[in-house]
Design a protein around this ligand. Structure first.
Ligand code: TRP
Length: 464
């Protein structure tokens, strides 16, 4: 994936370059498409009431997510270093404070925290691949599938084992440096996942409840359109939508910045970002369109939470011809999608430890991996032994979620876009974005005013 051209160019990154624009798009899409689209988006949309939340989420993706992603890529490419070092170098170049590097540090910790629970859910997915293969879901009723889910998550030994397995796979490949395999995996996985999702969508359309699902996802109460106080959408839901936009696009933690460091100079940042945003949002919407009709067809509750996907899709597969096969493949593919995201999630921390503490890649991966694995047990136990231990936002899992989605990602995203919009000179950003035309001015308007004010406004309203 990376051609080693380091040293040949003035600003070449230590680690080489992406071989092509398509490779870069694939790698970023591989990090963006994951549990966030298929597992998280439907359950968070369901918990926050559907339509109005989805609308706010889409606005956040376009108005805030897209310019933040462009900013991350341009900072990464200009810095040609890991996020912490890139922020430090650029702030020096632009004559600003070196404290900007703390943005990179927040990103490192956000990655560690996100992966701690991400791996747990990815572990469930692995477990569900095995369950599917065993045929337990064939012809199962909604009650049986829900009971199966409850039994599964309440056994911490099994879910702990799955989490351990997933982390081990992640650490192993990160330690070895994964570039080559990753590109192949993404090239195959995203299209395959898409095909299976489309097949499931076909099933959903025939469920008789498609219209109801559609209306849950897209109809916005009139009071919200009129911004009237009767609108059921709370500020906390608006913040959840903003957090989900950051989470699903993998932005606000320097990951995309780290990838940007390998992007060749001539590649258009605007067109690559658009491609990624469209693919990622499309897959999330597809997942919602598949899942909500099934929720209503089976009398389930859309606000049920993290188990939503694990209770709806097996039901659909269970009634399909060839269900065992497709269901197994689906959960394997989803684990794959999670795995390509996991590798990206751990990368900033590993790169940082390698460069900052002069460890080898293997040592750094093992060290960080074990830390994440350990923290992850907090989330494993949040669904069983510690389910009743609630504080602040709820269980340990809820708190890690809250801290990352609703505080760390928006905060780091805000700082990143302020840096690109205000600290970096017009010359530097125009140089990276390759234009001074109308499109550039639009980005700059979003980056300097609209996105930061939007983020601050949502944070301020939600937290007070
Ligand atoms: N976007 C990923 C998903 O939707 C999750 C994620 C959040 C992520 N931040 C990231 C992945 C950073 C890689 C890097 O599943």
């Amino acid at each position: 994936m990376l051609n080693n051209q380091a040293g040949e160019e003035k600003r070449a990154s230590l680690h080489g370059h992406w071989s092509s624009k398509m490779t870069f798009i694939l790698a970023v899409t591989g990090s963006a498409v994951g549990l966030g689209n298929i597992w998280k988006f439907p359950y968070v949309a369901g918990q926050n009431g559907g339509g109005a939340f989805v609308l706010v989420y889409l606005i956040c993706v376009v108005v805030i997510g897209m310019p933040v992603m462009m900013s991350e890529i341009l900072i990464g490419r200009r810095g040609r270093r890991n996020p912490v070092a890139a922020m430090e170098l650029l702030s020096k170049e632009e004559g600003s404070s070196r404290h900007w590097r703390w943005v990179g540090v927040i990103g490192v910790f956000a990655g560690i925290l996100i992966l701690s629970y991400y791996s747990v859910i990815a572990g469930w997915t692995l477990g569900y691949a095995v369950k599917s293969a065993s045929g337990v879901f064939v012809g199962a009723s909604a009650e049986a599938v829900s009971a199966e889910y409850q039994n599964f998550v309440s056994d911490w030994r099994i879910t702990g084992f799955c989490h351990t397995l997933f982390m081990a796979l992640t650490i192993f490949f990160v330690a070895r440096g994964v570039e080559r395999g990753l590109e192949q995996a993404v090239r195959f996985m995203v299209p395959a996942l898409l095909i299976l999702m489309l097949a499931l969508l076909g099933y959903s359309i025939n469920s008789g409840y498609f219209a109801q699902g559609l209306s849950f996802m897209f109809s916005v109460p009139e009071s919200c359109m009129a911004l009237a106080p009767e609108c059921p959408l709370t500020w906390d839901s608006v913040l959840a939508a903003l957090g989900q936009a950051f989470f699903t696009l993998s932005i606000g933690m320097g990951c995309i910045m780290a990838y940007g460091a390998y992007l060749p100079d001539e590649t258009s940042i605007t067109s690559t970002s658009s491609a990624v945003v469209i693919a990622d949002t499309g897959i999330a919407i597809l997942a919602g369109l598949t899942i909500f009709p099934l929720v209503f067809a089976n009398g389930l509750d859309p606000a049920d939470g993290p188990g939503l996907v694990f209770q709806t899709l097996p039901l659909a597969f269970g009634q399909m011809a060839g269900g065992i096969f497709f269901s197994t493949i689906f959960f394997i593919l989803l684990s794959f999608a999670a795995w390509t995201s996991a590798i990206a999630l751990i990368e900033p921390a590993v790169a940082w430890v390698v460069e900052r503490f002069s460890k080898t890649r293997a040592q750094a991966s093992l060290l960080i991996g074990i830390l994440i694995w350990f923290i992850g047990f907090g989330s494993v136990l949040s669904f069983n032994a510690l389910a009743n231990m609630e504080f602040l936002a709820g269980t340990i899992f809820d708190n890690v979620n809250y801290l990352t989605d609703k505080i760390m990602l928006p905060l780091a995203g805000l700082l990143i876009i302020l840096f690109a919009g205000w600290v970096m000179s017009r010359n530097s950003t125009a140089d990276e974005l390759g234009s001074t035309g109308r499109l550039y001015n639009f980005w700059r308007l979003l980056a300097r005013f609209i996105a930061p004010i939007g983020i601050l406004f949502v944070l301020a309203n939600a937290i007070t």
